[in-house]
Design a protein around this ligand. Structure first.
Ligand code: HSE
Length: 317
């Protein structure tokens, strides 16, 4: 088999849920993110994983079990593209972190392979293929990591059936910090503990905050965004999985954050802030609050990433 083309793509980490939007809101950050290199051969053949770096040997190398190859296989099947492809995955973020790690690899892989197709599909139409990869990773095809990682910005999943993904406006000073304690929580576990039914009063509170958050984004109203960053659905159930969660949250709020909650399914915690300086202060306070209970934590601070997945290179031979 001869190599006929190569490409590489980056896909960012994401904060799913953003407190008030369980499974329907997510945002992309500038760093960290994963990079995938795709190699295309001149013969019909399978999608394979040639290697994975940065995962400590933990992630599956079998194509049908890895999110990156599952997403690529779903894309190739839909456009009837049968040439052999191999993927080299560079994991550049912690696994099981709540930062959309499985989505980022899958998004980077599909973006790299899409760039090699005779007629690449628009980014928006790739979301459904990567959702299949999320199903492999955690048993649920949620789109609140996948869609922002692909499209960038802050994304609302208005509907799953049919899929309706809306990119929301981002106030220019809105900054994000993610603090990741050195713990691993599997999304599957963190979803399994959620209540399957919620009280009407709880739902009213949650959808009021969700609407308030979206409204605050459209009107650049940081105070409304702040008041709306409340999660009465997932956070109360999941926060016991994160040591000293209330202490971490109080530290972020005292440092001036607009709001603070669990990033995706955790254990990472995120805060939104007005301005990068404020986000840095919140991150430092959260890292210190983890250190106070002898947990090492790493922080990532930046503005919202508007671009999402990014093709880094395409070479044809
Ligand atoms: N919305 C999903 C959850 C995101 O909270 O389970 C998982 O990263």
């Amino acid at each position: 088999m001869n190599i006929i083309a190569k490409s590489s793509a980056f896909a960012p980490a994401t904060v799913a849920n953003i407190a008030c939007g369980f499974d329907v809101l997510g945002l992309a950050v500038n760093t960290p993110g994963d990079v995938v290199e795709a190699t295309l051969y001149d013969e019909i053949g399978p999608v394979t994983i040639s290697d994975i770096t940065g995962d400590g040997g933990v992630l599956p190398r079998e194509a049908h079990l890895n999110t990156a190859s599952v997403a690529v296989m779903a894309l190739c099947k839909s456009v009837d593209f049968r040439q052999a492809i191999s993927l080299l995955i560079h994991k550049q973020m912690p696994l099981g972190s709540g930062m959309g790690s499985s989505a980022a690899s899958a998004v980077a892989a599909i973006a790299a392979v899409n760039a090699l197709l005779p007629v690449p599909l628009p980014k928006g139409s790739l979301v459904t293929f990567v959702m299949e990869a999320e199903r492999i990773a955690c048993g649920s095809a949620h789109a609140d990591n996948v869609a922002p990682s692909l499209l960038g910005g802050i994304v609302l999943i208005r509907s799953y059936h049919p899929l309706d993904v809306i990119k929301l406006p981002v106030p220019s000073e809105l900054a994000v910090c993610i603090v990741h304690p050195e713990l691993e929580v599997r999304t599957e576990t963190s979803r399994a503990i959620l209540r399957k039914q919620i009280a009407l009063g709880t739902a009213i509170e949650q959808w009021g905050n969700l609407a308030g958050f979206v409204s605050g984004l459209y009107t650049n109203d940081y105070d409304l965004v702040s008041r709306s960053l409340v999660d009465v659905v997932a956070e109360p159930v999941r926060s016991p999985l994160i040591p000293n969660f209330m202490g971490i949250k109080q530290a972020a709020m005292r440092a001036g954050a607009l709001g603070c909650s669990i990033s995706g399914s955790g254990p990472a915690v995120f805060a939104l802030a007005q301005g990068l300086e404020s986000a840095h202060r919140a991150a430092a306070a959260m890292v210190q609050a983890f250190a106070d209970i002898n947990v090492v934590a790493q922080s990532f601070v930046g503005l919202v990433n508007d671009e999402g997945a990014n093709v880094l290179s395409v070479e044809r031979f």
